[in-house]
Design a binder for this molecule. Structure first.
Ligand code: FUC
Length: 824
């Protein structure tokens, strides 16, 4: 074992010399040989706040532009008034097994369309479009278009009559504007006009002092008036040549080089404050950028981006496929060997998270920040019965912890606005929300009493707070968000009802997200997912209050409720039961498999600790099938990784990397030519889910240990990954050859015991300082919350879960220490 502290290398028992492993040469570019013909071929750039889809046309460049706070509506929650009596009635009907009637009451109380005085959330809206029209570029050749995700830049180049034209386009992380640089191989050859459009009803587009201005106001929907005012300026800096303007168009002629700065600002300050001044802000960003030189701006942008991006590298090997354009690689993925596309897809997920979620910005919504419509699918808002959480699964394990911050800020907001729904709808303390929110942090029911009667959004979101703590050990962070954890626990303490048959404490009413147990009936009490979520909410609170030495009495009360939650159950088909009663259908192929929340992202089911539950979870997965919407397949990659089946996980990655149909509706996901995920239509969660799943195949950290290469597929026999994060502040580099671990490096940021599980056939070269494992891992970030023994149906035919042979060892780590293991 080698131990490195403060850059010094100590050779312990073994005499090997550390080989500095060469950074893998990866192809980190999306490449195309023709301009985008539609949005799903255009390439996304973003700096967390400003997004653009770059089409790269030779005759016309088109940038579809977004600013993350342009949403319809105005401040205000959407909590329905005076519905507590209906909730009580539904509870009673459910206790009396009058399921259809319970559903009817819910549907009547919360109609499918928002009543006049309410709304079901506001849509995220596009700003509009910028166009650059080039004269005489119809006959272009040698066309090349890229998205360089190592530098966060999109490039376009082509040739017309022997002159090469080039563009570099990025949304600057350093300067808060979008920058477009146009150049050519021959002086004086840039001739084009700049114009814009926006679909907003309230708008004005005009030129003013050699700049193009777009003013607008967001839309009004339901009972909310559109009150986001925005201003956009496109400001060209022209070298050589001339810049002239007409009413709503700028003309560049005979220029050598042009840099266009696009600045966008709104009046949004906070969910309850829209007193910002877009005019002042838009000019301020612009002024700041105009004070610098392009080269310095580019350098600063790349540096800021790479600070995050370069923390992780993944090399899965490369083949001839990597020389092809990205659209062709996606088309051929299923019938070729292209491990590098898996690495590219993984890194693209990290690129998207860095580009759509920066500290201080809004969290990534259903489309990250990229949306061309005023009324996008599901409003492109935050659906929290899976989608928003999935966006943030890669935040910790792929070493992008800071990208998680916008989500934490949103949870903090919701823990305030959600007090209204807790009190008004449930007469409960604490806070809650249902299955959606938006810029205004609504917490009421959305889409009516069928889809919307799910009071669990806060329960799931707060898991992100606790997990961030487990990864970072940041006690200040825990203190800051403790009230949100406590508020969630208080809500369930007050809301849990006693189930009449077995006297368990259960959430009622609720549903297993979007699924039904009878035709059109989903409303129920005590779904497996709800029980698992409340289990986690209660344990997080108990653990946090202990660490921070707070609320001892309340913690005892929560503990007593925790003990009365139902256990997980294995039903008659040997499946993990989705509902409290054994009602699962084996032909149910619903995209949501919510009861497997306990397997991932939660860690309540583990193959080694609970083989029966693991087998049942696997059976549930098998019944549901593989192909589905993009996010559903993304989730399945993570589940198969947790089931330790790397080949099946890889099969789901292949399904995900299937060309998506261009139809904008349906349940058949895949990947668009621009590598974005299709629900369809485009929804970003599948990108993030799959990225997280690839990380879970290489490293898992739950259930008391770090598991190295837990689900390595046969298709990826050789490779290396550097910089993945594990709970407890560990940072892990792994190398493997012929499907076997060859080298493992673990850096410890917090110190403490490190428990590692690896395949049995791997022999570590030196075993000095390795200890045999005794009892539970003493590392506090690896504490396992004991679940109840599952109930198993007499009809369930369990075969026994076949576990891989592994060995587990402990070693002590110092804060800042680095530990290297080579294998024989
Ligand atoms: C949930 C899912 C849908 C879609 C929507 C945004 O309602 O069931 O498939 O992802 O969110």
């Amino acid at each position: 074992m080698l131990k490195i502290i403060q850059h010094k290398i100590f050779l312990l028992a073994c005499g090997t010399v550390i080989s500095v492993s060469v950074q893998a040469q990866q192809n980190l570019k999306l490449i195309y040989n023709k301009p985008a013909e539609n949005w799903n071929e255009a390439l996304p750039i973003g700096n967390g706040r400003l997004g653009a889809m770059v089409f790269g046309g030779a005759v016309q460049e088109h940038l579809q532009l977004n600013e993350e706070t342009i949403w319809a509506g105005e401040p205000g929650n959407n909590v329905p008034k005076n519905t507590f009596d209906s909730i009580q009635k539904i509870r009673k009907l459910l206790n009396e097994n009058q399921f259809q009637e319970a559903q009817n009451v819910s549907n009547r109380t919360y109609p499918r369309q928002a009543p006049k005085d309410l709304n079901y959330g506001m849509p995220y809206q596009t700003m509009g479009d910028l166009f650059l029209d080039f004269k005489g570029h119809e006959n272009f050749k040698n066309y090349n278009r890229t998205l360089d995700i190592e530098k966060a830049i999109s490039t376009v180049s082509y040739e017309v009559n022997g002159v090469t034209f080039k563009r570099e386009i990025f949304s600057s992380f350093a300067d808060n504007v979008i920058i477009i640089k146009l150049s050519s191989s021959k002086k004086g050859s840039l001739n084009f006009s700049i114009n814009a459009s926006t679909p907003h009803l309230k708008k004005s587009i005009f030129t003013e002092q050699n700049q193009l201005v777009i003013n607008g106001t967001s839309g009004s929907v339901d009972n909310k008036i559109g009150k986001i005012n925005f201003k956009t300026i496109a400001f060209p800096v022209v070298k050589g040549g001339k810049l002239t303007s007409t009413k709503d168009k700028l003309d560049v002629s005979g220029a050598d080089e042009v840099v266009i700065y696009v600045s966008i600002a709104t009046n949004f300050k906070k969910y309850n404050d829209i007193s910002g001044n877009p005019d002042a802000r838009v000019s301020e960003y612009l002024k700041f950028a105009l004070n610098k030189k392009y080269d310095a701006e580019l350098k600063a942008h790349i540096e800021k981006y790479q600070k995050y991006f370069k923390r992780v590298s993944l090399d899965l090997g490369t083949t001839e496929q990597a020389k092809k354009t990205t659209d062709i690689r996606i088309k051929e993925f299923g019938n070729s060997q292209d491990p590098d596309l898996v690495a590219l897809y993984f890194q693209f997920g990290r690129y998207l998270l860095i580009s759509s979620s920066q500290p201080g910005t809004q969290p990534a919504n259903l489309q990250g920040i990229w949306n061309y419509q005023l009324n996008p699918a599901w409003d492109s808002k935050y659906t929290v019965n899976i989608n928003t959480e999935m966006n943030y699964w890669p935040a910790e394990n792929t070493n992008l912890s800071e990208m998680h911050e916008p989500l934490f800020d949103m949870i903090q907001d919701l823990s305030v606005t959600g007090q209204e729904s807790a009190q008004e709808m449930y007469h409960a303390r604490g806070w809650n929300m249902h299955h959606n929110t938006d810029l205004w942090r609504i917490t009421g029911v959305v889409d009516g009493g069928f889809y919307g009667m799910w009071p669990m959004g806060g329960a799931w979101l707060t898991q992100h707070l606790w997990n961030h703590y487990l990864y970072t050990g940041d006690k200040e962070f825990l203190k800051k968000y403790y009230s949100a954890l406590k508020g969630a626990a208080l809500f369930y303490l007050d809301v849990l009802q006693q189930d009449p048959s077995k006297k368990y404490l259960v959430v009622s009413p609720s549903m297993s997200p979007e699924n039904t147990y009878f035709k059109s009936v989903g409303i129920t009490a005590g779904t497996t997912m709800d029980n698992q979520l409340v289990f986690d909410v209660f344990n997080n609170f108990i653990n946090a209050s202990k660490i921070l030495n707070e609320d001892k009495n309340l913690s005892d009360e929560v503990k007593s409720a925790l003990d009365q939650l139902p256990p997980m159950q294995i039903g008659q088909h040997a499946q993990l039961q989705e509902w409290l009663k054994d009602m699962d259908r084996t032909d149910d192929q619903h995209r949501h498999i919510s009861h497997l929340y306990g397997l991932f992202p939660s860690g309540q089911i583990s193959p080694f600790r609970n083989p029966d539950l693991t087998e049942a979870a696997k059976n549930s997965m098998t019944y549901r099938g593989d192909k589905s919407t993009g996010w559903s397949m993304g989730w399945k990659v993570n589940w198969w990784a947790r089931l330790l089946d790397g080949n099946r996980a890889f099969k789901l990655i292949s399904d995900q990397l299937t060309p998506a149909p261009m139809e904008q509706q349906g349940q058949s996901g895949g990947t668009y030519p621009n590598l974005l995920d299709a629900h369809p239509p485009f929804q970003i969660d599948g990108n993030f889910g799959c990225t997280s799943g690839i990380a879970e195949m290489l490293l898992q950290s739950y259930d008391g240990y770090l598991y190295i290469l837990p689900a390595l597929p046969d298709a990826l026999p050789n490779g290396s990954v550097k910089g993945l994060k594990a709970r407890g502040g560990f940072e892990v580099d792994i190398e493997w050859k012929n499907s076997k671990l060859t080298k493992l490096t673990i850096k410890s940021n917090l110190g403490g015991n490190c428990r590692v599980r690896i395949a049995k056939n791997i022999q570590i070269k030196t075993k000095a300082n390795l200890q045999l494992v005794k009892g539970e891992n003493p590392n506090p970030y690896y504490q396992v919350n004991a679940i109840k023994k599952p109930l198993i149906s007499e009809k369930a035919q369990l075969k026994g879960y076949s576990l891989p042979e592994t060995h587990v060892f402990d070693f002590h780590t110092e804060k800042g220490g680095s530990y290297i293991f080579e294998t024989k």
